[in-house]
Design a protein around this ligand. Structure first.
Ligand code: NAD
Length: 271
């Protein structure tokens, strides 16, 4: 039998089957307000005992995010716009100085310029496509690269995607191909970082009324369709996404790597 590498995260075998993140250090990127998916996740991580670093996009966003960060006792609150040179590195510098290590990261950010988001993929501009890919996809690669040296004992990284990557969803437009790339990046990161005990997974929730979602055209129609066609006839909540995300960050999910997990009441299985 092969020995597990010394740096691997502890396996759950022989331990209590109660999920816990007690003593774990986690970075949450993507809280804009109390409707954000990342906020549902941050609350769940904290409920399982994690210590958190929470980022906000810019000074305008800070006044919405800081009270939320305080509510989960965040030990680090930092400004992070992934398009600003050095801000990602600065965030990791703070984490390295304060904690010396990192156990998990949530990447829950996406952006596409409105003109491109509202037009056909056929008409998408080069600049818009590149910007959407940079912020929504390549930022995960940069995040993982900076997290890797801070996870000598393994860790977990998650991002958030949507069904519009797998199937054509009306009005999802350029975010479809961008999310498809994101999901593929997750599989490659999972393969490359798995030997170091770092697991990388994608959450794929159904539609949720968030600020990012308000940029999608005719979003209410999509919501109505999901309520009608999902076997549960219910919308996903940020609390449900948070609970799944938090579980996947724990050692109990030690075998879940490179996966895409739908949280949509079964909508994706319907023909
Ligand atoms: P949200 O608006 O609350 O969060 C989006 C976040 O992206 C914000 O915190 C924003 O500050 C951040 N962001 C945008 N540009 C950034 C940049 N340059 N640097 C750093 N951060 C930046 O909306 P949400 O729905 O919670 O979105 C979170 C993730 O979930 C996104 O990836 C989104 O595509 C995905 N998702 C959303 C839904 C939905 O229906 N809301 C469904 C599936 C997946």
């Amino acid at each position: 039998m092969l020995d597990r590498p010394d740096n691997a995260q502890p396996k759950a075998e022989g331990k209590t089957l109660v999920p816990t993140l007690a003593g774990r250090k986690g970075l949450v990127v993507g809280v804009a307000n109390d409707k954000s998916i990342a906020w549902g996740c941050a609350q769940a991580y904290r409920a399982l005992g994690a210590d958190l670093a929470v980022t906000y996009l810019n000074a305008k966003a800070e006044r919405f995010v800081r009270p939320l960060a305080d509510a989960v006792d965040a030990e680090i609150v930092a400004q992070l716009d992934v398009t600003q040179p050095g801000e990602l590195e600065a965030t990791f510098d703070i984490i390295r100085e304060k904690w010396g290590r990192l156990d998990f990261v949530l990447h829950a950010i996406a952006f596409a310029p409105m003109d491109d988001l509202h037009g056909r993929v056929t008409d998408c501009s080069r600049e818009g496509f590149m910007q959407a890919m940079d912020i929504s996809c390549h930022s995960l690669i940069r995040l993982a690269k900076l997290a890797e040296p801070l996870m000598p004992n393994g860790g977990a990284i998650q991002t958030v995607s949507y069904l519009g990557s797998e199937k054509v969803v009306d009005n999802y437009n350029v975010m479809g191909p961008v999310k498809a790339a994101l999901e593929s990046v997750v599989r490659y990161l999972a393969a490359e970082l798995g030997p170091k005990g770092i697991r990388v997974n994608t959450l794929s929730p159904g539609p949720l009324m968030t600020r990012a979602a308000s940029g999608i055209g005719h979003f209410n129609d999509l919501v109505a369709k999901v309520i009608d066609r999902a076997p549960t006839h219910q919308l996903t909540t940020i609390e449900e996404v948070g609970a799944m995300s938090a579980f996947l960050m724990t050692d109990l999910a030690g075998s879940v790597n490179g996966e895409l997990i739908h949280l949509d009441g079964g909508y994706n299985v319907m023909a």
